[in-house]
Design a protein around this ligand. Structure first.
Ligand code: ADP
Ligand code: MG
Length: 263
């Protein structure tokens, strides 16, 4: 497969919750080794897009492709096999608070593979070293800082050596310094392992640090899909307002949901 063949494709994807189209005709391709940052306001459908890629949600219309696989038509067992190739880093880390770091990291392997304990331990050690958290196996999430928990959730996403990692708001709840450290880690790890990634965020500093490509979601549509440098120079007033964080502009506080002015 050539490097230009997309790993993921969304084709004319419409997703409605009830009558409301949260996504309204999305076309997007993620190519191998992209770090695609999807930007958009809170409630614009970013997490929903990740759930579509994972096959947790099915589009109302259109197709989600993973290589040649139609994600929205896979059987349960094929979907599980596909998910074992995708790592997910959830917003606020989502570690299980009653389990140690070791137990949290072992979960994806125990659920999706049949590896002996010794092999699992060796993999845990390797992934913890990759995220700079060696020796924390016996800690509980509550004994770690927010940044450390984020590192552990990154290690968990790496457990099955994924070819794709999805990050939902990786810097949510972290202070600016820690969030730039996490951004660096995302860049280093994805480059080191040749992993493709999709990063969802509404934080511009983080977006420009991490992205090799960007897409902006607004009112159910991708209004720009481009290189980061072109986003900085964008002439689209919505993109400009989002990138610069200005109060005045076409983006309002979501008082008008986009369902209100859809055709
Ligand atoms: N399971 C669901 N049922 C109904 N509405 C939902 C569901 N999930 C998300 N939504 C709505 O869809 C919109 C997009 O949500 P989401 O993808 O979580 O936004 P974002 O991640 O960009 O903040 C929001 O208005 C949200 O309330
Ligand atoms: Mg979200």
């Amino acid at each position: 497969m050539s490097a230009a063949t997309p790993l993921i494709q969304l084709k004319d994807v419409v997703l409605k919750f009830g009558d409301r189209p949260v996504l309204d005709g999305i076309n997007l391709a993620v190519r191998p080794r992209d770090r695609l940052v999807i930007m958009g306001q809170s409630g614009s459908g970013k997490s929903t897009m990740l759930r579509l890629i994972l096959g947790i949600l099915k589009p109302t219309r259109g197709e989600v492709l993973y290589r040649h696989l139609r994600v929205n038509r896979l059987s349960r067992s094929k979907l599980n096999r596909l998910r074992s190739r995708i790592g997910m880093v959830y917003q606020y880390s989502a570690l299980i608070s009653s389990l140690t770091v070791r137990e949290n990291l072992a979960l994806p392997l125990e659920e999706l593979t049949r590896k002996p304990e010794r092999e699992i331990d060796a993999m845990i050690e390797e992934k913890l070293a990759m995220v700079g958290m060696s020796g924390t196996e016996d800690k509980l999430p509550s004994e770690l800082s927010g940044g450390m928990r984020k590192r552990i959730s990154l290690a968990r996403a790496l457990m099955l050596d994924p070819e794709l990692i999805l990050f939902d708001e990786p810097s949510a709840g972290l202070d600016p310094v820690i969030s730039s450290v996490i951004d660096e880690l995302i860049i280093n790890l994805t480059e080191q392992t040749n992993t493709t990634s999709v990063v969802v965020t509404h934080e511009m500093d983080s977006a420009f640090r991490v992205a090799t490509r960007m897409a902006m979601l607004f009112e159910g549509k991708i209004i720009q899909d481009d290189l980061p440098e072109n986003f900085k120079e964008s002439t689209n007033p919505i993109v400009r307002q989002f990138v610069t964080g200005e109060v005045e502009g076409p983006i309002t506080e979501g008082i008008t949901s986009h369902a209100d002015h859809s055709k």
